[in-house]
Write a protein that binds this ligand. Sequence first.
Ligand code: MIC
Ligand code: SF4
Length: 640
Amino acid sequence: MAKTLCYKILENHLIRGELCPGKEITIAIDQTLTQDSTGTMVYLQLEAMDIDQVKTELSVAYIDHNTLQSGFENADDHAFIQSVAKRHGILFSKPGNGICHQLHLENYGKPGKTLLGSDSHTPTGGGLGMIAIGAGGLDVAVAMAKGTYALTVPEVIGIRLEGKLGPWASAKDVILHVLKELTVKGGVSKIVEYYGPGVKNLSVTDRATITNMGAELGATTSVFPSDEITQSYLKAQGREKDYTPLSADEGARYDKELIVDLSTLEPLASMPHSPDNVDTIAHIGEIPVDQVAIGSCTNSSYADLMKVAKILEGRKVHPDVSLVISPGSSKILTKLAENGALAHLISSGARIIENACGPCIGMGQSPKSKAISLRTFNRNFKGRSGTLDADIYLVSPETAAISAIYGKLTDGRTTDITIPPIDEPQFPPNDNFIVYPKGTNRENTPVAMGPNIKPFPRNKPLPYQLEADVTLHAGDNITTDDIMPSDAKLLPYRSNIPHLSNFCFVNVDKDFAGRCRETTDCAIIGGENYGQGSSREHAALAPLSLGVRFVIAKSFARIHRSNLINSGIVPLVFRDKTHYDAIEIGHRLMIKGAPDQIKDDTIIVTNVTTNEEYPVAGNFSPLEQKMLLAGGKINAIKGE
Ligand code: MIC
Ligand code: SF4
């Protein structure tokens, strides 16, 4: 039978189970990546697993999120991660090298390999024909320790690309169009596979922009074929030997199909406050803009920044706009410096900041109150910029640059500016930012522990009678940024869960943490797509440290559901969605015989306050049941 590309790669890595949608499989993981804001937890967990060297072909620890260093905390975290990397044979990428996904694409990604990363945008690697999956930190720690990862086999959405992008339309517009079609939950339990004649009209970094933002669809991952364009990208990076041609078999069938004619796409924007709230720029209109931010793992490639430089060359940033640019990697910045493009950017009035995540995660550059900020990033959730009342629009680099000049949201096609084609130059190898672990091991390298690094919370085995007070009743599409906000003030506490938990849900319900502390065991009620967004397991660990024992929602986002299970918090789904409205804050809920019930298709939750019963579903795989019974993944592993 003709196979899809993603199933071919999964099949090559299959260790256990049947490659059939909905079934649980275990696959071999070739590579892992971590970044620093999730990495400290990953490496505390790896240390707790008592292993020697990692079992993967390659593991890299990047520092790119918490680079502001406004106190000792971030620098201590970096030193901790560097020491653990040395102990276990992991490459360490120093701060300043760039953003993990851009760096991994440039330096280590290989067609046909599997990559697990403790960051939701790990699917960027799909632009190179990899199966690259974002996961919670503990899953990545286990992948390093054992070289494996268990997942439920996703269905495959095939997106057939036809035609060629017209002037001012960009790879970003492709994924914004797909988001408009499929929405932020359209990709849950799915892999998105691109194919068709239009693929050859997109560069590898274009493809990576598209697979990167597949995370916003909720997809497990997204993947492109590996072809001669992949080969020339790898050649430009001095890695032609890593090339393997890969594609789906002729006639492969997809569970769902979508056709996108690239030639019909026009410049688009995601409007506040959701990436799928997409419209054409022509239709949104020429709204005045206060800030423009260009960068992030979605749009900080060499070609992206060269396009921006060509648009800005000889022109001036509008007086009312602050334009800030964060390049994706040190190699890209070096090239821009060498070819003069950096001078064009600076002399136009742009602010150049570090090669890092920066403003994308609220690490600086928060816009002014009520600002309109155009960003080439991937998430525009309320408050994520660090300014709660700012309106964030997600756009392509081309649209961002032209709008920075005109001071208003601008459709480039209405101007007389043309952008010349950008050729990918040869990037000479430079690993000056990489620390290799050679010659070190556990015995000769101590762990560097700063005073802000606290042990991660552990759960207890599932009790017979699980009882909890409802401490939050949340709406649809709650993001992990809602659950555990991240900004320049809070990110330094990513290694200190007891402190961080005080800010859990602070922008949704500021009394949540206090309410939890007044009782022993708590429950959360959520709407659709609960926990969408990032992979941060802090969105499970902070609630755990506040005593949350279960969450009942209308539906869950994939990574967050896994993170809850890994922490021993039981994620349950309403069988009858009207029951969502029957539960209120302060009600006491009970699951009798919880260890037996979690094996059943239907679990009965009793509302002790109102005497009602709610049938809910868990759909837990045998592995998930084991983790929940033990009170989380670490406990389950220790008990093996
Ligand atoms: C994000 O973009 O939200 C982050 C910050 O990169 C997160 C990881 C984190 O919260 O540390 C992600 O996408 O997984
Ligand atoms: Fe960093 Fe932003 Fe990408 Fe997350 S989405 S990895 S914060 S650049």
